[in-house]
Write a protein that binds this ligand. Structure first.
Ligand SMILES: [Zn+2]
Ligand SMILES: [Zn+2]
Length: 364
């Protein structure tokens, strides 16, 4: 089966024919229906994130149909519709037990199966899987603990976005920061995840939602998602403008870009008592400097990993909201492409002409 593979950063992804083993104990194979192309994927190519395991079957956001289950799997059956979670959840470690399965301590974040082996290979050489998933492929094998069963007939070509972009954005607002109704919210970076931070702020009944981005297309999308005010940091000091717009600083400000300098700005834009939330993936070993006096004034600086997702709960209510017309997914998808056009999808992303591209397959 075909898969888009990273061999080294800085090089377009070839689409290759790989061998894939059958699922072993506790694993499932899934035929992909759709996979979202996330900025984090591109970060492996541009070197912002250093891939530790190569070659790597790319992609961590997707949905499909279970094609086979290994011994011992009870949570899904062949034919079930699923959305991938990029964090496998064991269900019994401390973090899973206290309701933080995105931080599961049993699985951790690896590019292999839990035992360190891989199911993908070519000519006997192992191929790793991005975030332990790998969705830019016609078929993948993952632990059953990293798929979430959704109702038969769910619109998987849209629902695929729930596993990363939507939950990372909405979850950072409602699960992690717990934004209260009436709050002022600033969102730095209006790509796929940032637009969902905006969407989360709407769901939380935030009063003012200030979108910050350098790209006009993204500010237009931000308005479509529910942002009320717009700041272009190329034209004005974003933190200063937010302080003016909110009469002293935002209650909550989110960094959804992944750069230390932006995170510092985000912290500067919250009022005394406010909370700065880091959502973007920062380069490894990056450092920020904040004024300790600002922290003294009851400000908080927190991280939000994968929207503090509880995938088996959150994916289902998000899907239900979409079906009721209360969650926007269609607006997030600018175009569909086949797997072979993965590099064109990254080009579109870099030009800032798409919110999300979704790759489609013939799965199921
Ligand atoms: Zn992602
Ligand atoms: Zn766990």
């Amino acid at each position: 089966m075909k898969a888009a593979v990273l061999h080294e950063p800085g090089v377009p992804l070839p689409v290759e024919n790989l061998d894939l083993e059958e699922p072993r104990q506790g694993e499932v194979s899934v035929d992909l229906v759709a996979a979202g192309v996330c900025h984090s994927d591109y970060h492996y190519i541009d070197g912002h994130i250093q891939p530790r395991s190569l070659p790597l079957v790319m992609g961590h956001e997707g949905a499909g149909i279970v094609s086979a289950v290994g011994p011992g799997v009870q949570s899904v059956n062949p034919g079930d519709s699923i959305i991938f979670s990029m964090d496998a959840m064991c269900g019994y470690c401390r973090n899973c037990t206290v309701g933080r399965p995105a931080l599961c301590e049993t699985y951790g974040r690896s590019a292999t199966m839990p035992d360190g082996t891989t199911r993908f290979s070519r000519d006997g050489k192992p191929y790793y899987q991005s975030n332990g998933v790998g969705t830019f492929t016609e078929r993948t094998v993952v632990p059953a603990d990293s798929v979430v069963k959704v109702p038969d007939g769910s619109p998987l070509e849209k629902a695929c976005l729930i596993g990363c972009a939507v939950i990372t954005g909405v979850g950072s607002v409602v699960n992690r920061a717990k934004v209260e109704a009436g709050s002022t919210v600033a969102v730095f970076g209006c790509g796929g995840v940032g637009l969902n931070v905006i969407q989360g702020a709407v769901l939380a009944s935030a009063a003012r939602i200030i979108a910050v981005d350098k790209v006009d297309f993204k500010l237009t999308k931000a308005e479509e998602m529910g942002a009320t005010h717009f700041v272009n940091p190329d034209k004005e000091d974003a933190a200063q403008r937010i302080i003016e717009l909110t009469d002293g600083g935002a209650d909550y400000a989110f960094e959804v870009v992944g750069f230390p300098a932006v995170l510092e700005q985000v912290f500067r834009s919250v009022r005394p008592g406010g909370t700065a939330v880091m959502v973007g993936v920062q380069p490894p070993d990056s450092k920020i400097t904040i004024d300790a006096w600002d922290l003294l004034m009851d400000r908080s600086l927190i991280g939000a990993y994968h929207g503090a997702a509880r995938p088996r709960v959150d994916f289902l209510w998000l899907l239900e909201l979409y079906q009721q017309g209360r969650l926007k997914l269609d607006e997030l998808i600018t175009r569909y492409r086949p797997l072979d056009e993965i590099n064109e999808a990254f080009d579109d992303m870099n030009k800032g002409v798409v919110a999300r591209t979704v790759l489609t397959f013939n799965g199921g």
